[in-house]
Design a protein around this ligand. Structure first.
Ligand code: SF4
Ligand code: SF4
Length: 498
């Protein structure tokens, strides 16, 4: 595929609804999964015979299984409230990136085959036959939705475009048209245990070297254990935490927090991945399989509790579905929530005086915080309403002296996606990622100019990777994005307790 040339959108002082440009992103399409990547997940290797009927049949099956999907497809009144709420529309001006238009790509097929009006007078109700043109359009535009659910916050009926996008991707996988990035990664998780294909030996070596580096730097023997049987805590964290920047700085911070808490912990080489890309492709079966690795690791290692590291969609899957996917977790210590987020753990320790912190260690930085979509709109944290907004900010504010939030309509439940979520964090979608980051970059630019913000913290591995890549396109240095536990790591006084 030839490299696409594109212009980075201009940062405006106030966000503007872009002029409509028909077909502006019609060329954007991710690489297809190879037959092997498809077959590794039990999907057909290529477009099956009679695929039109099979796609419709699969949609019928999903409508039976997921009643919400039928409600979403039935209840849109075309009020238009969602049209300017998607970051991909705001960044590209392509009308098919308006959430309602994205929904209609599948709704038109639903109407044609599952409603009376669509069967009798298809032209009058926007119903279309399932054709190759429709399939091609699905492949392009359902891979221009990061399943961030921002549009659903503004829809008076709560229609969740993410669910529709997941259903479309699942149908495509079942007729033999999958996306390379997600499906290849899932195959690696099933065989090796993590997205990167990092084998046990390499993981052990990496963490041994990390221990040495941290001891050299701090003079304290902080442990980063792998496969330690009988540890109190199994840490399930995105594999990017083991080596990528700024993820690893957060991982170093988790180890320091556990060290100060005096709690034994371990990662597992068998389940060395928090991410569960099966959610992005809408596959319950795959999601179940990935989650079961975590259950097996927790059982085999005999831990008492399971804690998740900084990963947005992993936390949504864990918080919302882990019990039904891989429960019951009755072999863990019932004193602790299953699962628990590392931020809940750290915040609890801070509240109880278990950590000594010197926020002036971060005085070279002025912070803001990016709420990750799947944490903000797909989960909670702690035992309070809005904990997913409050706890990360509280941990940051105890670790730094200078913090400013971005404008209110771009944070909390109205946060904008980083532009790389939902299985789109791949270089074959770079133009989409850069343009989709526009609303977040505008909000960041506001606090940079108003308050001199120098760094933006996040608690999602995808957000961190996406921002490192796209920030330079907007004139921000890539090191502006930091992990929340990186700030804790800088501020923590090892050896002391409050
Ligand atoms: S879920 Fe997010 S990416 Fe998808 S249409 Fe809605 S706002 Fe856009
Ligand atoms: S806001 Fe909801 S009801 Fe209104 S057009 Fe969008 S999806 Fe349809």
């Amino acid at each position: 595929m030839a490299k696409v040339q594109f212009d980075t959108p201009e940062l405006k002082e106030y966000p503007e609804v872009p002029p409509l440009v028909d077909g502006a992103m019609d060329h954007s399409s991710p690489y297809f999964a190879s037959p092997k990547h498809q077959e590794d997940l039990g999907f057909p290797g290529e477009l099956v015979e009679n695929w039109e009927a099979k796609a419709v049949e699969k949609l019928g099956e999903l409508l039976e299984k997921n009643r919400a999907l039928r409600v979403y497809l039935d209840s849109c009144v075309k009020c238009g409230a969602c049209t300017d709420k998607c970051h991909y529309f705001l960044g590209t001006g392509d009308p098919k990136n308006m959430p309602v238009a994205r929904q209609d790509l599948l709704r038109s097929i639903y109407r044609r085959y599952f409603t009376l009006a669509g069967k009798i007078v298809p032209g009058l109700v926007g119903a279309r036959d399932m054709t190759k043109d429709v399939l091609d359009e699905w492949y392009k535009y359902y891979h221009q939705c990061s399943q961030c659910r921002r549009c659903s916050v503004f829809c008076p009926y709560g229609i969740d475009t993410a669910e529709i996008s997941m259903a479309a991707r699942e149908i495509m996988d079942h007729v033999g048209i999958g996306q390379k990035y997600c499906n290849e990664i899932l195959g690696k998780v099933h065989v090796i245990g993590n997205n990167l294909g990092l084998p046990e030996k390499a993981l052990i070596n990496t963490l041994e070297e990390l221990e040495e580096d941290v001891e050299d730097e701090t003079g304290v023997a902080v442990k980063y254990p792998v496969d330690q049987e009988g540890a109190d805590v199994l840490l399930i964290t995105p594999s990017a935490d083991f080596f990528a920047e700024p993820h690893i700085d957060g991982f170093i911070g988790y180890g320091k927090v556990f060290h100060q808490a005096g709690i034994s912990w371990t990662v597992s080489s068998y389940a060395s991945e928090a991410a569960n890309f099966a959610m992005f492709i809408g596959s319950y079966e795959q999601m179940h399989k990935v989650s079961n690795r975590i259950r097996k690791a927790a059982r085999d290692l005999g831990v008492k509790r399971v804690i998740f590291g900084e990963c947005g969609h992993a936390w949504r899957v864990a918080y919302s579905f882990l019990n039904t996917l891989a429960g019951p977790w009755d072999f863990l210590d019932p004193k602790y929530p299953v699962p628990q987020h590392i931020l809940e753990f750290t915040y609890d320790l801070m509240k109880r005086g278990g950590l000594s912190l010197d926020p002036s260690a971060n005085d070279d930085k002025v912070l803001t915080f990016h709420d990750s979509c799947n944490v903000a709109r797909g989960s909670r944290m702690g035992d309070m309403e809005g904990g997913q907004f409050f706890i990360p900010r509280e941990v940051i504010k105890r670790s730094v002296n200078k913090f400013y939030d971005m404008p209110a309509d771009t944070i909390h439940e109205k946060t904008f996606c980083c532009g790389g979520g939902g299985g789109l964090l791949t270089d074959d979608l770079l133009e989409l990622r850069v343009k989709g980051a526009l609303p977040r970059m505008e909000a960041l630019n506001y606090v940079v100019e108003e308050y001199g913000v120098t760094h933006m913290a996040a608690i999602c591995a995808i957000c961190k990777s996406q921002f490192s890549k796209v920030m330079p396109y907007y004139g921000f240095p890539m090191h502006m994005i930091v992990s929340v536990h990186q700030l804790v790591s800088e501020a923590i006084l090892l050896g002391d307790k409050e």
